[in-house]
Design a protein around this ligand. Structure first.
Ligand SMILES: [Zn+2]
Length: 64
């Protein structure tokens, strides 16, 4: 359920914002959190685009 980064070495979950693993002490991949944020932003942009597309279709298509 934790949304924090997962250690690549011991597969342990860590709280968000952690820079090193609390289980084994290895540095956590900082890019993983950024990739997650980028993925989330792309998904949000896709949802907004889809909504705009639906609104455009709603007004563009003839009503019966
Ligand atoms: Zn670890």
């Amino acid at each position: 359920m934790s949304a924090g980064p997962v250690c690549l070495y011991c597969q342990g979950s860590n709280p968000p914002g952690q820079t090193s693993c609390r289980h084994c002490g290895m540095p956590l991949p900082a890019t993983a959190a950024h990739a997650e944020q980028r993925r989330l932003r792309r998904f949000t942009g896709f949802c907004i685009g889809l909504t705009l597309f639906c609104v455009a279709m709603f007004f563009w298509l003839p009503r019966s």
